[in-house]
Design a binder for this molecule. Sequence first.
Ligand code: B16
Ligand code: MG
Length: 215
Amino acid sequence: MHKKYKAALFDLDGVLVDTAKYHFLAWNQIAKSLGITFTEEDNERLKGVSRMESLDILLSLGSVILTNEEKVELADKKNKIYVEYILKLDEKDILPGVLLLLEELKEKGIRTAIGSASKNTPVIIERLGIKKYFQAISDGNIISKAKPDPEVFIKAAEMINIEQKECVVFEDAKAGIQAAKRAGMYAVGVGRKEDLPGADRWVSTLLELDSNQLF
Ligand code: B16
Ligand code: MG
Protein backbone atom coordinates (compact mmCIF):
# COMPACT_ATOMS: atom_id res chain seq x y z
CA MET A 1 0.00 0.00 0.00
CA HIS A 2 1.45 3.35 -1.07
CA LYS A 3 1.29 6.51 0.99
CA LYS A 4 -1.50 8.80 -0.20
CA TYR A 5 -0.37 12.24 -1.37
CA LYS A 6 -2.23 15.55 -1.30
CA ALA A 7 -0.91 17.29 -4.42
CA ALA A 8 0.35 16.60 -7.92
CA LEU A 9 2.98 18.86 -9.51
CA PHE A 10 3.43 18.59 -13.25
CA ASP A 11 6.38 19.47 -15.40
CA LEU A 12 5.05 20.86 -18.69
CA ASP A 13 7.24 20.08 -21.72
CA GLY A 14 7.47 16.31 -22.11
CA VAL A 15 4.86 15.49 -19.46
CA LEU A 16 1.70 17.36 -20.45
CA VAL A 17 2.66 18.26 -24.03
CA ASP A 18 5.29 17.21 -26.54
CA THR A 19 6.99 20.49 -27.36
CA ALA A 20 10.52 19.03 -27.69
CA LYS A 21 10.12 18.84 -31.48
CA TYR A 22 9.36 22.57 -31.67
CA HIS A 23 12.25 23.47 -29.37
CA PHE A 24 14.40 21.38 -31.73
CA LEU A 25 13.16 23.07 -34.91
CA ALA A 26 13.72 26.53 -33.41
CA TRP A 27 17.18 25.76 -31.99
CA ASN A 28 18.14 24.11 -35.24
CA GLN A 29 17.48 27.34 -37.15
CA ILE A 30 19.76 29.19 -34.73
CA ALA A 31 22.42 26.47 -35.03
CA LYS A 32 22.31 26.65 -38.83
CA SER A 33 22.73 30.43 -38.79
CA LEU A 34 25.93 29.90 -36.76
CA GLY A 35 27.20 26.96 -38.86
CA ILE A 36 26.75 24.53 -35.95
CA THR A 37 25.55 20.96 -36.56
CA PHE A 38 22.71 20.23 -34.15
CA THR A 39 21.01 16.82 -34.05
CA GLU A 40 17.86 15.47 -32.35
CA GLU A 41 20.20 13.59 -30.03
CA ASP A 42 21.84 16.89 -29.02
CA ASN A 43 18.33 18.23 -28.41
CA GLU A 44 17.83 15.58 -25.68
CA ARG A 45 20.39 17.47 -23.60
CA LEU A 46 18.18 20.56 -23.63
CA LYS A 47 15.15 18.90 -22.03
CA GLY A 48 14.20 20.60 -18.78
CA VAL A 49 17.15 23.01 -19.14
CA SER A 50 16.49 26.78 -19.13
CA ARG A 51 16.56 28.84 -22.35
CA MET A 52 19.92 30.51 -21.69
CA GLU A 53 21.55 27.26 -20.53
CA SER A 54 20.20 25.58 -23.67
CA LEU A 55 21.90 28.24 -25.77
CA ASP A 56 25.17 27.70 -23.91
CA ILE A 57 25.01 23.95 -24.66
CA LEU A 58 24.31 24.68 -28.35
CA LEU A 59 27.20 27.15 -28.60
CA SER A 60 29.56 24.69 -26.90
CA LEU A 61 28.74 22.11 -29.61
CA GLY A 62 30.28 24.46 -32.17
CA SER A 63 32.87 25.97 -29.78
CA VAL A 64 31.29 29.35 -30.49
CA ILE A 65 31.96 32.14 -27.99
CA LEU A 66 29.63 35.16 -27.92
CA THR A 67 29.11 38.23 -25.77
CA ASN A 68 26.22 38.33 -23.33
CA GLU A 69 24.37 40.79 -25.53
CA GLU A 70 24.70 38.54 -28.56
CA LYS A 71 23.47 35.59 -26.51
CA VAL A 72 20.37 37.45 -25.31
CA GLU A 73 19.62 38.44 -28.90
CA LEU A 74 19.93 34.85 -30.13
CA ALA A 75 17.81 33.48 -27.27
CA ASP A 76 15.11 36.03 -28.16
CA LYS A 77 15.31 35.03 -31.80
CA LYS A 78 14.94 31.35 -30.91
CA ASN A 79 11.96 32.14 -28.72
CA LYS A 80 10.21 34.08 -31.47
CA ILE A 81 10.53 31.07 -33.79
CA TYR A 82 9.38 28.71 -31.01
CA VAL A 83 6.36 30.86 -30.14
CA GLU A 84 5.24 30.73 -33.80
CA TYR A 85 5.01 26.95 -33.42
CA ILE A 86 3.32 26.85 -30.03
CA LEU A 87 0.64 29.29 -31.11
CA LYS A 88 -0.58 26.46 -33.34
CA LEU A 89 -0.88 23.95 -30.47
CA ASP A 90 -4.32 22.66 -29.52
CA GLU A 91 -5.88 19.91 -27.38
CA LYS A 92 -4.69 17.25 -29.85
CA ASP A 93 -1.14 17.95 -28.64
CA ILE A 94 -1.88 16.94 -25.04
CA LEU A 95 0.09 13.77 -24.24
CA PRO A 96 -1.71 10.41 -23.65
CA GLY A 97 -3.32 9.92 -20.23
CA VAL A 98 -3.03 13.57 -19.18
CA LEU A 99 -6.69 14.57 -19.37
CA LEU A 100 -7.90 11.41 -17.68
CA LEU A 101 -5.46 11.88 -14.80
CA LEU A 102 -6.33 15.58 -14.40
CA GLU A 103 -10.04 14.70 -14.28
CA GLU A 104 -9.44 11.96 -11.69
CA LEU A 105 -7.40 14.33 -9.52
CA LYS A 106 -10.10 16.98 -9.74
CA GLU A 107 -12.73 14.45 -8.63
CA LYS A 108 -10.59 13.40 -5.68
CA GLY A 109 -9.98 17.01 -4.62
CA ILE A 110 -6.21 16.68 -5.09
CA ARG A 111 -4.45 20.02 -5.57
CA THR A 112 -2.47 20.45 -8.78
CA ALA A 113 0.19 22.88 -9.98
CA ILE A 114 2.68 23.23 -12.81
CA GLY A 115 6.42 23.28 -12.13
CA SER A 116 8.16 24.14 -15.39
CA ALA A 117 11.34 25.86 -16.55
CA SER A 118 9.42 27.33 -19.49
CA LYS A 119 8.62 31.02 -19.64
CA ASN A 120 5.99 30.10 -22.22
CA THR A 121 3.93 28.04 -19.76
CA PRO A 122 0.92 30.43 -19.68
CA VAL A 123 0.60 30.50 -23.49
CA ILE A 124 0.98 26.74 -23.81
CA ILE A 125 -1.62 25.73 -21.21
CA GLU A 126 -4.01 28.32 -22.62
CA ARG A 127 -3.61 26.85 -26.13
CA LEU A 128 -4.12 23.30 -24.81
CA GLY A 129 -7.25 24.32 -22.88
CA ILE A 130 -6.01 22.80 -19.60
CA LYS A 131 -5.49 25.96 -17.55
CA LYS A 132 -8.66 25.27 -15.55
CA TYR A 133 -7.15 22.13 -13.99
CA PHE A 134 -4.34 23.95 -12.15
CA GLN A 135 -4.52 26.00 -8.97
CA ALA A 136 -1.01 27.45 -9.45
CA ILE A 137 1.74 27.89 -12.00
CA SER A 138 5.37 27.93 -10.91
CA ASP A 139 7.43 28.53 -14.03
CA GLY A 140 10.46 30.17 -15.61
CA ASN A 141 8.86 33.59 -15.13
CA ILE A 142 8.99 33.43 -11.34
CA ILE A 143 11.99 31.28 -10.46
CA SER A 144 15.63 32.32 -10.28
CA LYS A 145 17.33 28.90 -10.05
CA ALA A 146 16.86 26.29 -12.75
CA LYS A 147 16.31 22.55 -12.15
CA PRO A 148 18.05 20.53 -10.61
CA ASP A 149 17.57 23.25 -7.99
CA PRO A 150 14.30 22.43 -6.19
CA GLU A 151 13.04 26.05 -6.25
CA VAL A 152 10.39 25.55 -8.96
CA PHE A 153 8.69 22.70 -7.04
CA ILE A 154 9.11 24.30 -3.61
CA LYS A 155 7.37 27.43 -4.92
CA ALA A 156 4.61 25.32 -6.51
CA ALA A 157 3.94 23.55 -3.18
CA GLU A 158 3.89 26.89 -1.34
CA MET A 159 1.46 28.38 -3.87
CA ILE A 160 -1.06 25.60 -3.29
CA ASN A 161 -0.35 25.49 0.44
CA ILE A 162 0.66 21.82 0.63
CA GLU A 163 3.73 20.47 2.48
CA GLN A 164 6.58 19.40 0.20
CA LYS A 165 6.53 15.80 1.43
CA GLU A 166 2.84 15.54 0.49
CA CYS A 167 3.54 16.24 -3.21
CA VAL A 168 4.05 13.94 -6.18
CA VAL A 169 6.07 15.32 -9.10
CA PHE A 170 5.70 14.12 -12.70
CA GLU A 171 8.89 14.77 -14.70
CA ASP A 172 10.50 13.74 -18.00
CA ALA A 173 13.97 15.20 -17.39
CA LYS A 174 16.82 13.96 -15.20
CA ALA A 175 17.38 17.44 -13.74
CA GLY A 176 13.66 17.60 -12.90
CA ILE A 177 13.76 14.30 -11.00
CA GLN A 178 16.75 15.61 -9.04
CA ALA A 179 14.87 18.84 -8.27
CA ALA A 180 11.82 16.88 -7.02
CA LYS A 181 13.92 14.62 -4.79
CA ARG A 182 15.84 17.61 -3.38
CA ALA A 183 12.45 19.09 -2.45
CA GLY A 184 11.64 15.86 -0.55
CA MET A 185 8.84 14.93 -2.96
CA TYR A 186 7.77 11.63 -4.52
CA ALA A 187 9.03 11.57 -8.12
CA VAL A 188 7.38 9.79 -11.03
CA GLY A 189 9.66 9.62 -14.07
CA VAL A 190 7.76 9.89 -17.35
CA GLY A 191 10.11 8.10 -19.70
CA ARG A 192 12.77 5.40 -19.57
CA LYS A 193 14.23 4.27 -16.24
CA GLU A 194 17.79 4.47 -17.61
CA ASP A 195 17.27 8.13 -18.61
CA LEU A 196 15.68 9.14 -15.31
CA PRO A 197 17.79 7.82 -12.43
CA GLY A 198 16.64 8.52 -8.89
CA ALA A 199 12.88 8.54 -9.55
CA ASP A 200 10.61 6.57 -7.20
CA ARG A 201 8.81 4.97 -10.12
CA TRP A 202 8.59 5.23 -13.89
CA VAL A 203 5.82 5.19 -16.49
CA SER A 204 6.26 5.45 -20.25
CA THR A 205 3.16 7.67 -20.50
CA LEU A 206 0.65 8.87 -17.89
CA LEU A 207 -1.83 6.31 -19.29
CA GLU A 208 0.10 3.67 -17.34
CA LEU A 209 -0.51 5.35 -14.00
CA ASP A 210 -3.12 4.03 -11.57
CA SER A 211 -3.86 7.24 -9.67
CA ASN A 212 -5.58 5.30 -6.85
CA GLN A 213 -2.18 4.02 -5.75
CA LEU A 214 -0.84 7.51 -5.04
CA PHE A 215 -3.87 9.72 -4.34
P1 B16 B 1 11.29 28.41 -22.68
P2 B16 B 1 9.91 21.94 -18.75
C1 B16 B 1 11.59 23.30 -20.34
O1 B16 B 1 10.30 23.00 -19.91
C2 B16 B 1 11.97 22.54 -21.59
O2 B16 B 1 12.04 21.15 -21.33
C3 B16 B 1 13.32 23.02 -22.08
O3 B16 B 1 13.69 22.34 -23.25
C4 B16 B 1 13.27 24.54 -22.31
O4 B16 B 1 14.54 25.03 -22.69
C5 B16 B 1 12.82 25.23 -21.03
O5 B16 B 1 11.57 24.70 -20.63
C6 B16 B 1 12.69 26.72 -21.20
O6 B16 B 1 11.63 26.97 -22.07
O7 B16 B 1 12.34 28.74 -23.68
O8 B16 B 1 9.92 28.18 -23.28
O9 B16 B 1 11.26 29.37 -21.52
O10 B16 B 1 10.31 20.61 -19.28
O11 B16 B 1 10.62 22.37 -17.48
O12 B16 B 1 8.43 22.12 -18.67
MG1 MG C 1 10.11 18.52 -19.17
